[in-house]
Ligand binder design. Structure first.
Ligand SMILES: *[C@@H]1O[C@H](CO)[C@@H](O)[C@H](O)[C@H]1NC(C)=O
Length: 194
C-alpha cells in the first residue's frame, strides 16, 4: 500500500515539475526554429515625431511603425524585398556603413540587411547570392538596414526597416539587368548565404 502511495506521490511531483518547467527542448535553438519558421513578429513599435519632416518616405507625425528584432529564417531561397540604397558619402544612405565605417561607391556590389539577417554584424564582409529576374549576383554585406530604430535624424527620418529587406547598391540592380532601379524602387528577390 505504502509503495503505491509513494509511486503516486512521485508521479504527482513529476507532473508538477513538467508543468513548472516545460520540456527543456522547447528553448533549444532547433526547436525554436521549428516552431517559429518564418514567423517573425514585431518586437515593438515606435511613433513618428511630433513635427513632420517633409519627404516622400519620412515618418508621418503620430503614426506608429512596427519594429523587428528578427528576420525570416534564412534558407537557400530566402524571400526578400530588394530596395535601392546609395552607399556613397552624401548619399541618402545616411552615415558610413556599419561593418567597416566606410562609404562605398555605387559601382560596388554591396548590400545592407535587415537587423535580424545582419545578425549583429555576423554577416559583415561576407557575400550573399541574390537571385532575381532569372539572374544571380554575388554581393557583399557592408551595412545594417535598421529594423529596430528610425524616424530620427540618424535614419534620415525614415521608418524602421521591414524585417525582410536586402537594401542593394545600384551595381547590384544593374547586375540583375534592372537598369531603372530608381523608378521601380522595390523588387522581389530570393537570396542565400554564398
Ligand atoms: C512581392 O511579394 C509579395 C509577397 O510575397 C507579393 O504580395 C507581391 O505581390 C510581390 N510583388 C511583385 C511585384 O511581384
Amino acid at each position: 500500500m505504502s509503495s503505491i502511495r509513494s509511486l503516486l506521490l512521485v508521479l504527482a511531483l513529476a507532473c508538477l515539475l513538467l508543468v513548472t518547467f516545460p520540456s527543456p527542448c522547447d528553448s533549444s535553438p532547433a526547436s525554436a526554429v521549428h516552431h517559429h519558421v518564418n514567423k517573425c513578429r514585431p518586437s515593438g513599435r515606435l511613433q513618428g515625431p511630433d513635427t513632420g519632416h517633409t519627404c516622400g518616405e519620412c515618418c508621418r507625425p503620430g503614426h506608429f511603425y512596427p519594429t523587428y528584432r528578427c528576420s525570416p529564417l534564412v534558407t537557400t531561397q530566402t524571400k526578400a524585398v530588394m530596395t535601392l540604397n546609395d552607399f556613397s558619402e552624401g548619399g541618402d544612405g545616411g552615415g558610413p556603413s556599419e561593418c567597416d565605417g566606410k562609404y562605398h561607391s555605387n559601382s560596388e556590389r554591396v548590400v545592407a540587411l535587415s537587423t535580424g539577417w545582419y545578425h549583429k554584424g555576423k554577416r559583415c564582409h561576407k557575400h550573399i547570392r541574390i537571385h532575381g529576374r532569372g539572374r544571380s549576383v554575388l554581393a557583399k554585406v557592408v551595412d545594417e538596414c535598421d529594423s529596430m530604430h528610425g524616424c530620427d535624424e540618424d535614419h534620415a527620418y525614415q521608418p524602421p526597416c521591414r524585417p525582410n529587406i536586402v537594401d542593394a547598391s545600384k551595381a547590384v540592380w544593374e547586375a540583375l539587368g534592372i537598369h531603372d532601379a530608381n523608378y521601380i524602387g522595390e523588387y522581389n528577390i530570393t537570396w542565400s548565404d554564398a
